[in-house]
Structures are given as structure tokens and as C-alpha cells.
Design a binder for this molecule. Structure first.
Ligand SMILES: NC(=O)C1=CN([C@@H]2O[C@H](COP(=O)(O)OP(=O)(O)OC[C@H]3O[C@@H](n4cnc5c(N)ncnc54)[C@H](OP(=O)(O)O)[C@@H]3O)[C@@H](O)[C@H]2O)C=CC1
Ligand SMILES: CC(=O)[C@@H](O)[C@H](O)COP(=O)(O)O
Ligand SMILES: [Mn+2]
Length: 380
């Protein structure tokens, strides 16, 4: 019986992970975490009967504790998250929290010799070198959950990495594909939250609309697969059927295809190297009208260009890129800034940053704090 913890069980990835696990009888969930959504967490506790749960918000944690404290151990705050990430009997930690809040529990999980099923891309974007060094040092596995990275991981299986010529990272193009800057001026939150192919949490959905999601994924791919930035090519593929591809030096291209359903990569990450039968709709190629490909428009969708710039520079500027994006997206979701201000805010913070080449965790959190202060002083 494989044992797992899910950090961020009440989110889009967290819920789908529980859905997958409940259909298998050989995986047990020992720990769950949420930020504030204790109503859903309570239902999940009834369903999966974990040993320990953690709620980031202290007040919500104490409400939950009073309600159901006898059924399960209820912890709070970052210490609680770390405890769930390091439970002695856990084999795999699913990192499904959103944002840089995932860094510390991921680091501690690796140090406690847990394998990581990684959805939380912001951790790898900001602390990629530290995480990948720890993965090697503690001899644990990192299984990508992000659909593109799962596709690349599968397309690399059994191959010689030295023979890879490039990674073709597919992008849907988001809800505004084909639009120009003028047309993006008055974009509403509702329009930006309307992803054409995937149902996801709000932050990543906005990232898909700005193409920052693809920028973060280029950086995630660099760390996971140890490839140079110029070996990662973004290909807009509006149907989201090909989840990414690897081109080899003989010109062969290996891809992974499937319906856009995150439960497939989640299940693969949890069961690797096994493939497990499920009741997820299968890809019917006769119903796919066409598979098309375009170049990304990085002049209109500037976030992707900014992500390539941060990757080229490397170091703490990656944390600035990510932290500025997290704050800009939060402000957009609160109707405090406009859609086109998102890249403007990120570029402003990046231009003001004094880069540190090999940042420690302290440097990373300082860069995050400094970024927030710089942005608040202009957009607060
Ligand atoms: N959704 C998807 O299909 C995909 C997501 N990813 C990545 O996976 C991660 C999760 O995304 P998604 O599931 O969409 O996000 P959601 O917003 O749906 O869920 C986020 C989860 O994290 C918790 N959380 C939020 N803020 C905090 C905090 N400050 N401290 C502790 N916990 C917190 C939330 O708790 P609560 O519910 O209480 O707020 C929730 O459980 C992201 O990094 C995203 O980029 C990658 C590929 C696909
Ligand atoms: C499901 C998933 O992995 C998302 O990251 C998805 O890729 C978002 O789609 P975009 O290609 O529009 O960013
Ligand atoms: Mn993705």
C-alpha cells in the first residue's frame, strides 16, 4: 500500500488527486492540507480518513479542531504543512498548493526522503537549483504532474537524454489567442478566467491567459529535464491534445497525447512506472477535427518574453519574476489592476532587482519580500 500526503487537497489538483486515489485500492492518503476551506477539508476527512490535516489559517484551524479534533489530528500554519509533508509513513507528497508557499514544505519533504509528485511549479521556478540538488542528495524521485512535463517525462522514457535536440512545449494560447494589444486593453476577469480547454484554479487560469503559465513551464522544464533555454520551444497548439513532445537528434519526435484531463498525469505520477486502468474518457482521433500549431505571440503576450529573460539571467531574478506575477495576478483578480498591467508590473520589479546568481532560500524569500514592497510602493 503506497502512502501519500496532499498539500493543497482542496484545490483543483488536490480534488482530482483524491478522485483518482479513491478509485484505486492500493494508495492510502495519510495527510491533507488547506488554506482556509475547512468545509471542503472536513468532507475530505470523512471520505479519506487521513491521520493528520493542516490548515494554514490559524483561526480556521482552531474552528476545525473544535469541530472534529477527535477524529483526526488538526495542525495549523507552516509548521502544520511541513508536518503533513514529512509524516513518517508517507512515500509520496503531492505538492498541489499554489505559489511560493510550497517551497518550504517541498524542501522539508525531500529532506525527509519523500518522493515528490510536483504540481506546484512556482517552487521549481524560484528554487529550482536548490530543489534539484536536494533531489540528488536525498536520492528521491520528482514526478511531474503538470500535463506538459508529464508528457515530456513520458516522451523521454527509455531514451538517451544526450540525444535530445529540443523540447516542444505545447501551449493552448489561452482565451485571448490571436488578439492584439488594443483588444486586450479592457479584458475582464470573467473573460480571463474562461480557459478554452482546462478547468483549473484561478491563479494558473490567469497565467494561461497572459502566457506566463508557459513561461513558468519553460523554467520548470529547464530544471526537471536539465536542458538549455534555447532547447525549449513553445508551440501554440489550441486543441491541447498533444501535451508536449521531444525532438531527437535523428529528427524523430516523440509525443504524449490524450484528452485534456489532469487526472491522467496525476495518476501517472502516483503510480509510475505503472499505468493504471481508469474510466477517464479516451481520445477519439476521429472526433478531433484538426491538430494545429502556431508560434506564440510574445510581443503581445509579454509575460512569456519576461520569463525567457529571467531564465537567461538566472538566479534570484526568477523569484522576482514569479513573486511579481503572483502579486500582479492577485491584484488583477481583485480588480485593482488591468490585464495589460500584469507584464508591466513584473518588468518593473525585474528592472529594479539586483540579481544574486546562486540564491539561498533566505535570498529567495528576501527577493519575494522586496518584490512585494517595490510593487506596493507603485501599485498599492
Ligand atoms: N489546476 C491545474 O489543472 C493545474 C495546476 N498546476 C499547478 O498546481 C498548483 C495548484 O493549482 P490549482 O490546484 O489550480 O490551485 P487552486 O487554487 O485550485 O488550489 C490551491 C490549493 O492550495 C491551497 N492554498 C492556497 N494558498 C495557500 C496558502 N497561502 N497556504 C497554504 N495553502 C494554500 C488552497 O487552499 P484553499 O482551498 O483552502 O484556499 C488549495 O488547496 C499550482 O502551482 C498550479 O500552477 C499545474 C498544472 C495544472
Ligand atoms: C493543465 C495544465 O497543465 C496547465 O498548465 C495547462 O497547460 C494550461 O494551459 P495553457 O497551455 O493555456 O497554459
Ligand atoms: Mn501545464
Amino acid at each position: 500500500m503506497k502512502k501519500i500526503s496532499i498539500l493543497g487537497s482542496t484545490g483543483s489538483i488536490g480534488k482530482q488527486t483524491i478522485d483518482i486515489v479513491c478509485k484505486q485500492n492500493d494508495i492510502q492518503i495519510l495527510g491533507l492540507t488547506a488554506n482556509t476551506n475547512i468545509d471542503l477539508l472536513e468532507k475530505q476527512i470523512e471520505l479519506v480518513k487521513p491521520q493528520v490535516v493542516a490548515v494554514m489559517d490559524e483561526q480556521k484551524a482552531s474552528i476545525l479542531k473544535k469541530k472534529i479534533g477527535s477524529k483526526v489530528e488538526v495542525l495549523s500554519g507552516m509548521d502544520g504543512l511541513i508536518r503533513v509533508a514529512t509524516l513518517e509513513k508517507v512515500d509520496i507528497v503531492v505538492t498541489a498548493v499554489v505559489g511560493m508557499i510550497g517551497i518550504r514544505p517541498t524542501v522539508e519533504a525531500i529532506k525527509a526522503s519523500k518522493d515528490i509528485a510536483l504540481a506546484n511549479k512556482e517552487t521549481l521556478v524560484t528554487a529550482g537549483q536548490i530543489i534539484m540538488d536536494l533531489i540528488k542528495e536525498y536520492k528521491v524521485n520528482i514526478f511531474p504532474v503538470d500535463s506538459e512535463h508529464s508528457a515530456i517525462f513520458q516522451s523521454l522514457k527509455g531514451e538517451n537524454k544526450k540525444e535530445v535536440s529540443k523540447i516542444l512545449l505545447t501551449a493552448s494560447g489561452g482565451p485571448f489567442r490571436g488578439k492584439n494589444t488594443e483588444q486586450l486593453k479592457d479584458i475582464t476577469k470573467a473573460q480571463a478566467l474562461n480557459h478554452p480547454n482546462w478547468s483549473m484554479g484561478p491563479k494558473i487560469t490567469i497565467d494561461s491567459a497572459t502566457l506566463m503559465n508557459k513561461g513558468l513551464e519553460v523554467i520548470e522544464a529547464k530544471w526537471l529535464f536539465d536542458v538549455a533555454p534555447d532547447q525549449i520551444q513553445v508551440v501554440v497548439h489550441p486543441q491541447s491534445i498533444i501535451h508536449s513532445m521531444v525532438e531527437y537528434n535523428d529528427g524523430s519526435v516523440i509525443a504524449q497525447l490524450g484528452v485534456p484531463d489532469m487526472r491522467i498525469p496525476i495518476q501517472y505520477a502516483l503510480n509510475y512506472p505503472r499505468r493504471v486502468e481508469n474510466n477517464i474518457r479516451k481520445l477519439d482521433l476521429f472526433k478531433v477535427a484538426s491538430l494545429t500549431f502556431e508560434e506564440p505571440d510574445i510581443k503581445t503576450f509579454r509575460c512569456l518574453e519576461l520569463a525567457y529573460r529571467a531564465l537567461e539571467e538566472g538566479g534570484s531574478i526568477l523569484s522576482v519574476l514569479n513573486a511579481a506575477n503572483e502579486l500582479a495576478v492577485k491584484k488583477f483578480l481583485e480588480d485593482k489592476v488591468r490585464f495589460l498591467e500584469i507584464p508591466e508590473i513584473i518588468e518593473y520589479a525585474m528592472d529594479k532587482h539586483c540579481n544574486i546568481k546562486n540564491p539561498s532560500l533566505t535570498n529567495i524569500f528576501e527577493a519575494e519580500k522586496e518584490t512585494y514592497e517595490i510593487i506596493e510602493s507603485k501599485w498599492g
